[in-house]
Write a protein of this length. Structure first.
Length: 109
């Protein structure tokens, strides 16, 4: 029996993004802009060719119509040709409400 990778053991579901939602994140002092491929209350998968090692922590700023959303996240898995899966490690209550609104909008679109 093949073992399921840890990143498939999500506790919260994710929504595939049909419209463009972008985030700004940084690693090694360099800002990166990436499109979100999927998002949930537990984390996101972003499109990027940039290689960040698993476990790296970063700050994420969302560019969304719901307002400014900031979260801290850690890289959980990397796909060199597609992007990075990140787990949220800290989100304020106010940002959590805006994140919920963003996910609700993306679910209904």
């Amino acid at each position: 029996m093949q073992e399921v990778p840890k990143y498939f053991r999500r506790l919260k579901t994710r929504v595939e993004t049909r419209e463009e939602v972008w985030v700004c994140w940084s690693h090694d002092g360099r800002d990166q802009f990436s499109k979100i491929r999927n998002i949930g209350m537990g984390g996101i998968f972003i499109e990027t060719a940039y290689k960040a090692p698993v476990g790296v922590k970063t700050k994420i700023d969302f560019l969304a119509q719901e307002g400014h959303i900031t979260a801290e996240a850690a890289v959980r898995h990397a796909n060199p040709k597609k992007g990075l899966g990140m787990k949220f490690t800290a989100v304020s209550d106010a940002d959590r409400r805006r994140l919920e609104a963003l996910i609700k909008r993306l679910t209904s679109s």
